[in-house]
Design a protein around this ligand. Structure first.
Ligand code: OGA
Ligand code: MN
Length: 343
């Protein structure tokens, strides 16, 4: 078997042919895919038609999987799939199209905002594997942006400005942006915000990229509006067509992307008329909590004036010891307990 890697964009994205992952997901094959990911950040393989077991098995070859416990649980409904699989569909637990008022519909709406998967947890989410089980006849593409090329093309002054900055990421921020369901306080408490640097050095390739997502609520140590304006400016730069690729799905596709150096979003389709059944496995690295606290201090809630909803309260977080204000040594603190439970 010869593995063929065909670039389909100037900067990123490749199609991989000559691989049947059901028949062979040996370390040699997975190693070749990971090398392609190092270079292209997003790869797709047609005709894989993986079962749940096969998708889980293949993904585990790249590291530990995170569990999708939050989706069904957070919205108080039964899940359709086992916990290793994130349900990226418009289907309910009986495989019927979600009703108009179903909270899971609202939960999925945030997928249509540009994001990186799970940047709101205190560990690196590395690879996402999304398999197309049922694909609607039109629409429902997945769009990608290459955040390495974005970083490399930034003006030097902007590179200098963001070199030591970090953002606060919260899943509730993206949910609020997507139109906000009235999430419960106990739901919100299960997923507190975390800190992500604005510039990440990729552990395998050493290439730098800009870390942005709709989960990014504010910049550590900056007034709220100034931080949001900076995030918006970087996001506008990142969304130029030259960093963009749109994947049109065929049933049986497997698309793998590296969340450390890309952003993505879902796009609309007629989700009341057609089924779209996508299932995602997600590889997660070790916790970064201790190093983040050492660099930036413990996150503390901003003072929030009375009467705000839980969502706006969670979106107004800042750090106790902004790295900006003093030297690192002055602001360094002992690591505290983990901010998130393992999930
Ligand atoms: C995801 C995601 C978008 C889509 O699976 O993480 O954001 O097109 N999907 O379904
Ligand atoms: Mn996603």
């Amino acid at each position: 078997m010869t593995i063929k890697v065909t670039p389909i964009h100037d900067a990123f994205v490749a199609r991989i042919d000559g691989v049947d992952l059901r028949a062979d997901h040996s370390p040699a094959v997975l190693g070749a895919i990971e090398e392609a990911l190092d270079r292209y950040a997003v790869v797709f393989l047609h005709g894989q038609h993986l079962s749940d077991d096969e998708q889980i098995e293949v993904s585990k070859g790249f590291g530990d999987l995170s569990y999708a416990l939050n989706h069904g649980r957070a919205v108080g409904q039964n899940t359709r799939l086992r916990p290793e699989l994130y349900d990226i569909s418009n289907l309910d637990e009986k495989h019927g199209i979600l009703g108009e008022a179903d909270r899971r519909r609202q939960w999925r709406e945030a997928d249509k905002l540009w994001h990186t998967d799970r940047s709101f947890i205190d560990a690196d989410t590395t690879y996402s594997f999304l398999s197309g089980r049922i694909v609607p006849p039109t629409g429902g593409n997945t769009d990608f942006a290459d955040m390495r090329a974005v970083y490399e093309d930034l003006p030097q002054a902007m590179k200098d400005r963001i070199a030591d900055l970090a953002a606060v990421h919260s899943i509730w921020h993206s949910r609020a942006l997507a139109g906000g369901v009235d999430f419960r306080h106990d739901e919100i408490a299960t997923m507190p915000p975390v800190i992500q640097p604005l510039v990440r050095v990729h552990a395998r390739t050493g290439r730098k990229s800009v870390v942005l997502a709709s989960h990014a609520a504010e910049v550590v140590g900056m007034p709220l509006e100034e931080g949001r304006a900076l995030l918006a400016e970087l996001t506008a730069f990142a969304l130029q067509p030259k960093y963009f690729h749109s994947h049109a799905w065929t049933e049986g596709d497997l698309v793998i992307w590296d969340n450390r150096c890309t952003m993505h979003r879902g796009t609309p389709f007629d989700d009341k008329a057609y089924r779209r059944d996508m299932r995602r496995t997600t590889v997660q690295g070790p916790s970064r909590y201790a190093s983040a606290v050492a660099a930036y201090g413990q996150p503390q809630p901003r003072a929030v004036s009375g009467g705000r909803s839980a969502i706006s309260a969670i979106s107004f977080f800042t750090m106790a010891s902004p790295k900006l204000s003093k030297s690192r040594a002055d602001t360094r603190k002992a690591p505290g307990p983990p901010m998130t439970s393992s999930r």
